[in-house]
Design a protein around this ligand. Structure first.
Ligand SMILES: Nc1ncnc2c1ncn2[C@@H]1O[C@H](COP(=O)(O)OP(=O)(O)O)[C@@H](O)[C@H]1O
Ligand SMILES: [Mg+2]
Length: 276
């Protein structure tokens, strides 16, 4: 482990309960995320991306078991450390936007209540005035207009794209070292997708954080990520600098993923990679 590795997944294998037995979902997965790096995790639906994302947060559940391996965050072994140590990391040092994150906002709480309770929980040293200032500032950072008014509104009073940005604001509020984004651009139209990618590029410029960006779309990955890892049936089949993986895929499966994309000529792809 080098000094700059923030996350280290070591030979991780995990299973889901299947009737009386267990079914493998991750097989011998190893990857690292360095400080300040954006890693794209691509793969078709069902390949195990969301499971790996959840395990980076140290999430446990009765229907899932770790069969082998480790996940280390800043040197802490997430499945060996006390539960309260891991819970304290989540939301504080690791921000997470789940798949359909906008829809997962607690519907009965105002945006201000959501942000303030998170900040009070993880940053008890902040005065109530500072909590308010930070809540407004992070909403402005993700591009929500009129933050003081937005804090008084409920999630359903925002569009789907804005709800997604609010979920991102919650993930960023406590200034995490790692942001885990599970398909933040899936199911959105091209305009909203491009706006979200522009926002994520601005966030990585302004803040020194690492990002795990989960997507099934390699073209989107190319616009944001430094490195890419490709998953297929629970295994990482390819990993390397994002432009190399996308332009010169070495694994047959990555080539198939590329071939499934809408056609984009090489010059346009190179421009997009260069523009990141
Ligand atoms: N809670 C669960 N219980 C049982 N099987 C699950 C559960 N969540 C996911 N799976 C299965 O694990 C595999 C990987 O799922 P997932 O990690 O969601 O993949 P992806 O995010 O790449 O679509 C799939 O076969 C899925 O059906
Ligand atoms: Mg998923």
């Amino acid at each position: 482990m080098t000094a700059t590795d923030l996350v280290r997944v070591e030979r991780l294998s995990a299973d889901y309960r299947d009737g009386a037995g267990w079914r493998p979902v991750l097989r011998d997965v190893s990857l690292t995320i360095r400080a300040g790096e954006v890693l794209g995790l691509a793969g078709e639906s069902g390949s195990g991306k969301s499971t790996l994302a959840a395990l980076l947060l140290g999430e446990t559940m009765p229907e899932r078991r770790i069969r082998a391996g480790h996940v280390r965050f800043g040197g802490i072994d997430l499945f060996a450390a006390p539960r309260d140590t891991v819970q304290a990391l989540r939301g504080r040092r690791i921000g997470f936007v789940p798949q359909n994150g906008g829809a997962s906002l607690t519907p009965t709480m105002r945006i201000g209540g959501l942000l303030r309770s998170l900040l009070r929980h993880h940053r008890p040293e902040l005065s109530s005035r500072d909590v308010g200032v930070r809540a407004e500032r992070v909403l402005a950072e993700v591009g929500i207009p009129d933050p003081p008014a937005a804090l008084r509104r409920f999630p359903h009073q925002f569009s789907g794209g804005q709800q997604q940005r609010i979920a991102l604001a919650l993930a960023l509020a406590c200034e995490p070292d790692l942001l885990v984004l599970d398909e933040p651009t899936t199911g959105q139209d091209a305009v909203i997708r491009q706006a979200m990618l522009a926002l994520l590029r601005a966030i990585r410029r302004e803040r020194h954080l690492s990002i795990l960006f989960v997507t099934h779309d390699l073209a989107t990955l190319a616009q944001l990520c430094d490195r890419a890892a490709v998953m297929y049936q629970g295994e990482i089949v390819e990993t390397g600098p994002a432009p190399d993986v996308i332009e010169r895929p070495s694994h047959t499966y990555t080539r198939k993923l590329m071939a499934a994309l809408p056609r984009m000529d090489d010059a346009a792809l190179a421009d997009r990679v260069a523009a990141q």
